[in-house]
Write a protein that binds this ligand. Structure first.
Ligand SMILES: NC(=O)c1ccc[n+]([C@@H]2O[C@H](COP(=O)([O-])OP(=O)(O)OC[C@H]3O[C@@H](n4cnc5c(N)ncnc54)[C@H](O)[C@@H]3O)[C@@H](O)[C@H]2O)c1
Length: 391
């Protein structure tokens, strides 16, 4: 069996998680770690005992000759780095969201297809042990046919939360019920429908966004609908993020770390219809829980190995990542124009930048990258006292 040569481009938090997962996989060998900051390469190299260390992409590609390049850098660099890696030629594992605009994601996918390389987008929740358990329960018919889905958020500012967390939720949804056909969304800032003046650059380099509170209705095939909520709350709460899958005979409550099944479609706190059963997580066959790799990242890597072995797309492929972006852009466009948006869009321009353009406005002024400072800037813009959120 072939061993895949893997390079990690970006060695901070997500690069560390990716490196641990590839390092732990018996079919992968890390042949290069690269970061612009030498200290980060060394910290990760020392942890994993990897001698091949670089601070320049070109040296990494020439020196390591990788089969797979993981790109766990900030979203604003995904497009450029994917294109540079594809120029050398390698399969790519790019962090989510795939890019900042549809035009960028289209270009990456077209180039990968042209050169015969696979793109996987690091939405590891779709391969997580808790999602595998949910998928198995659904396959076994334990909740019957799916009726609708509800995705919740962590409480980040809506537009930022959409790009950061909504991307995982939408990818999980389309993994369960197929592609989204249309989006209808409501976007509120300071309690009023968003205006072109509320279009702002996202914190963390995730493109252009709007809306403190976004509420979207997604239409899938087979009469299935879903709701997606990305609302700014006073406190960011990681436990609030999840997905409920409503079936004709039962329900599943999925979180990235665990899943539960209610063997009746309607929860009633009556001692009969209120018993949630914990689903047993389904781990990748070769996963070692005593190691440092995260189980979901490992399962995602395991899926990439299988996909490349069998010459098919990763479950979280570039095509799926692109459709996630179409859905996110659909939410923003619908919130802006107050009308239903059919997917996939024929107009690939960023809907919010275009919205400003038609109102005679330039691109919005820059804002801080750091989420807390960004919120403070946004609150200043809205004439409020500084934000009290905790992240
Ligand atoms: N999948 C998940 O669960 C999850 C969770 C959090 C963040 N993310 C995503 O991960 C990405 C950011 O990850 P992070 O928090 O580790 O980012 P980060 O910005 O903290 O770290 C990125 C690293 O990449 C390096 N880098 C940037 N450009 C480079 C280049 N040209 N060559 C070499 N190194 C370069 C930086 O120096 C930095 O060390 C974002 O896209 C974000 O959306 C995903």
């Amino acid at each position: 069996m072939r061993t895949y040569r893997v390079a990690i481009l970006g060695c901070r938090s997500r690069g560390t998680a990716a490196a641990r997962a590839y390092h732990a996989h018996p079919r992968c060998q890390i042949v290069g770690l690269c970061d612009l900051v030498r200290e980060r390469v060394d910290t990760l190299g020392d942890e994993l005992g990897i001698p091949d260390r670089f601070t320049d992409l070109d040296e990494l590609m020439r020196g390591g000759a990788p089969d797979i390049v993981a790109i766990p850098t900030a979203t604003e660099f995904h497009h450029e780095l994917c294109m540079r890696v594809l120029a050398y030629g390698a399969h790519i594992d790019v962090e989510k969201p795939m890019c900042s605009t549809l035009e960028q994601a289209d270009e990456v996918l077209a180039e990968a297809n042209r050169k015969g390389f696979r793109i996987a987008v690091h939405h590891q929740g779709r391969c997580s042990p808790s999602m595998r358990a949910a998928q198995r329960a659904i396959r076994e018919g334990r909740i019957g046919a799916i009726r609708y889905l509800t995705g919740t958020c962590k409480g980040y500012y809506g537009g930022y939360g959409l790009m950061n967390i909504g991307t995982h939720i939408v990818n999980n949804m389309i993994g369960l019920v197929g592609h989204c056909r249309s989006v209808t969304a409501l976007g509120l800032t300071a309690g009023d429908p968003v205006t072109p003046a509320d279009v702002i650059p996202s914190a963390g380099g995730m493109g252009t966004v709007c809306g403190e509170r976004l509420t979207a209705l997604l239409a899938f095939g087979d009469n299935i609908t879903g709701t997606l909520v990305q609302h700014r709350y006073a406190r960011v709460d990681n436990t609030a993020y999840g997905l409920e899958i409503y079936g004709e005979e039962g329900r599943i409550f999925w979180k990235s770390t665990a899943g539960w099944l209610l063997p009746t479609p309607h929860y009633v706190p009556d001692g009969v219809h209120d018993h949630w059963e914990a689903l047993s997580p389904v781990y990748a066959d070769t996963f070692d829980p005593s190691g440092r790799a995260d189980a979901s990242d490992y399962a995602y890597v395991d899926e990439f190995v299988r996909a490349l072995d069998e010459d098919h797309e990763h479950e979280c492929s570039g095509g799926e990542g692109l459709h996630v972006m179409e859905t996110l852009m659909g939410v923003l466009e619908s919130a802006a124009y107050g009308r239903r948006v059919m997917l996939p869009q024929t107009d690939r321009r960023h809907p919010l930048l275009h919205w400003r353009e038609v109102h005679g406005m330039d691109a919005p002024a820059s804002m801080p990258r750091d989420y807390r400072e960004w919120l403070e800037a946004e609150d200043r813009r809205l004439g409020r006292p500084p934000a009290q959120e905790t992240a």
